[in-house]
Design a protein around this ligand. Structure first.
Ligand code: ZN
Ligand code: ZN
Length: 407
């Protein structure tokens, strides 16, 4: 009912504001701030939201903010952008190059922030005109790269009362004007494992009178990944890969301690949840067989982002409406991590890939000092986010008004 109308409204809105948004992105790009230090960025967003008639609320640590648009009636849809930069050198030769040595928006979070800002201003206008059938919660999240900003947002009630959440990420392998979508897992989990082994130590002439610690550690290094490959569903692609190992100091002395460190990557949520207990049990059984003590330190990274099917359909419908037919393209599950996953452990939602490559242009990669985007992606992102919020509100909205009418 509002498809063509919405597109016209977005056209008119973007004709007015696109240049301002591009300038806003370039300003953020020139002044990147690292995780939990995004004070200037937070201030700039807050100022612009306030100018649009909104009332942003900065998170207690002073970076990142939350802002509601629209009335309390009807459903609440959250839109999330991350605002932090990476600790690496900007290697681009452009007028908006980073002015901060060793900091760069090399993951495109300046684009995500600008897209959500543009969407906020559009939705504020819709709300003022009485056209918003519910509430939209704007989440400008700090510290995605740490990661941990999502947990900070959630600890302060950021998604309480939210029915559904959406987010997007720049994808330099997808052309601008397209949106990459996938139901189910779209990113991966990555955790860190440290194993420490200890025993009495002794002479290499008499391994039977002590515990042969180096031999036991070598067994752990090979047996743990091997056992996991038989104890975990292979479709989960859970893999333990060691990156560092250390034990001993002399050829003829069995040491009394040693350690190994590695990462665990996993594409499946259930396998990820089960991994620490399983690894602990396997470690103890291998170490026990050789009489050494083994303890592990398991550090959780993020779970995989698992997209809800209904939310993906809403994104697809919105993208077709706002960008045109053929805008939606399939995307693969990435082996990277993304802390948007924490929200999806609590509420349904979906995460999309925003195309940022110029057609026939260079294919950049994120987390590289050369990363840049085709800035037309900003307007595309605004179209998608605004249309998605409205699609999600309208899809839930009519049901709500029916139940209200019946009450
Ligand atoms: Zn990143
Ligand atoms: Zn990122």
């Amino acid at each position: 009912m509002w498809g063509r109308e919405l597109r016209g409204e977005l056209d008119a809105f973007l004709a007015e504001i696109e240049q301002e948004l591009v300038a806003f992105r370039r300003d953020l790009h020139m002044h990147p701030e690292l995780a939990f230090a995004e004070y200037r960025t937070t201030q700039r967003i807050a100022d612009r939201l306030t100018a649009a008639g909104l009332t942003p609320s900065v998170l207690p640590r002073g970076t990142g903010l939350i802002c509601d648009v629209g009335s309390g009636d009807g459903p609440t849809i959250a839109l999330r952008a991350d605002i932090d930069a990476l600790p690496l050198q900007d290697e681009k030769d452009v007028p908006y190059r980073s002015t901060v040595p060793g900091a760069c928006h090399a993951c495109g979070h300046d684009v995500h922030t600008t897209v959500l800002l543009g969407t906020s201003i559009f939705l504020a206008q819709q709300a003022a005109a009485g056209l918003l059938p519910g509430r939209v919660r704007l989440i400008f999240q700090p510290a995605e790269e740490l990661p941990g900003g999502a947990l900070e947002v959630m600890a302060h009630g950021g998604i309480s009362g939210v029915d559904r959440i959406f987010g997007l990420h720049c994808d330099p392998r997808v052309d601008v004007g397209q949106l990459g979508l996938r139901s189910g897992p779209i990113t991966s989990a990555c955790d860190k494992l440290v194993v420490r082994v200890s025993g009495p130590g002794g002479h290499t002439a008499r391994p039977h009178l002590t515990a042969d610690l180096v031999f036991a550690l070598a067994k752990i290094l090979t047996e743990l990944p091997a056992a996991l490959s038989r104890r975990v569903d292979p479709r989960s692609s859970l893999s333990l890969v060691w990156g560092r190992v250390e034990a001993g100091s002399a050829a003829n002395a069995i040491p009394d301690d040693g350690s190994a460190e590695g990462t665990i990557r996993c594409l499946d949520e259930n396998a990820w949840h089960a991994a620490p207990d399983l690894i602990k049990a396997l470690l103890e059984s291998v170490a026990g067989a050789y009489g050494v003590e083994a303890v592990m330190e398991y550090t959780r990274g993020v779970p995989p982002v698992v997209n809800d099917e209904v939310s993906v359909e809403m994104l697809a419908e919105a993208a077709e409406r706002a960008l045109g037919a053929g805008a939606v393209v399939p995307t693969q599950q990435s082996l990277g991590g993304e802390d948007f996953a924490w929200y999806l452990e609590s509420i349904p939602g979906a995460f999309a890939r925003l195309g940022t490559r110029s057609p026939d242009g260079v294919t950049y990669d994120i987390h590289q000092g050369t990363f840049d985007v085709d800035e037309k992606a900003i307007a595309m992102g605004v179209r998608v986010m605004a249309a998605t919020a409205l699609t999600a509100l309208w899809d839930v909205g009519p049901l709500d008004s029916i139940s209200n009418a019946m009450a």
